[in-house]
Write a protein that binds this ligand. Sequence first.
Ligand code: ADP
Ligand code: MG
Length: 354
Amino acid sequence: MEEIENKGGQGRTELEKLGEFGLIERLTQDLPIHHPQNTLKAVGDDAAVLRIPEGHVQLVSKDLLIEGVHFDMTYCPLKHLGYKAIAVNLSDIAAMNAKPLQVLVGIAVSNRYSLEALEELYAGMRLCCERYGVDLVGGDTTSSASGLCISVTVLGSARPERVAYRSGAKENDLLCVSGDLGGAYAGLLLLEREKREFLANPAMQPDFKDFSYVLERQLKPEPRLDIVDLLEKIGVVPTSMIDVSDGLASEILHLSKESGCGCMLHESKIPVDLETCKALEMFKILPEVAALSGGEDYELLFTVKQADYEKIKDCHQVKVIGYMTEAAQGNFLVPENGTLVPLTAQGWQAFDKR
Ligand code: ADP
Ligand code: MG
């Protein structure tokens, strides 16, 4: 996590000393442009001027992050928060099988925050924009009565025939997921435990050794734009797709409902990383439960036609975890031995009943 480590020991410049324009200037200076063909004017005028690539359609998405609701400043470093705020938006564009080009960032901030704190936030945002070649083209800045609110809008594009909707899955399509699941939830459990211990004894040092992967999964998720590239390279258009922000069970039910299908999800096929399993064990949580109900993994869940199996079977980043059925059959988790468990958005309940 070195590259995103917070710089310690900077001074504190009060926002009122800078004023709104001074602040905007500091936060937006020297923003790089990765797509000069598409970003004709970025920050600095009343509106950005953008061009959609020839033959593409435009995709737009927005996410709102509120302090105390979506993030907790006691354990979320501002640089990570900035990175994550951009990353989760890029993930929404990836989930349409499209590519992000630009983002706009609105912030409302209380005087509890200093210029240096906001510069940390923007350093994280810049890092994520840089990594994924996205242009930060504008935003808005205002004060808030308490805490920090961040609103990110992302603009992306794709050829219309490549766009993947939640509603396109058909009976017998294969259900696939990228990467592994449950890690972000394991990271959250660790951070919450450390926060409790820190509040009880502020002299305590956090014990995070051996858990860097799950902490990164929680604090610094990566949008799976590599999967969008991969699918293009192997010539597959998913019949449906969604990103896993709320847990696998809930996302599968979205695809099923929107597509008018049912599904069979094979429990033993759900990918969970070894470090995730070890972390979850400390909290006595089954890996499948964290994968089904944990959330914030930002992997891609998608369906492909059976005929595309040959094309995806050797892609190590993707796993086939089940298949779609007709709606009347319902949505089920198929355990390795034993009877089918109805899939519910709260995987907890399904597991409790077993
Ligand atoms: P206006 O008064 O027209 O809303 P602003 O002074 O708010 O203009 O913004 C000036 C420029 O700075 C605009 O290009 C705007 O998009 C950009 N901008 C404002 N706030 C932010 C921010 N938080 N992040 C990035 N760009 C910003
Ligand atoms: Mg404005």
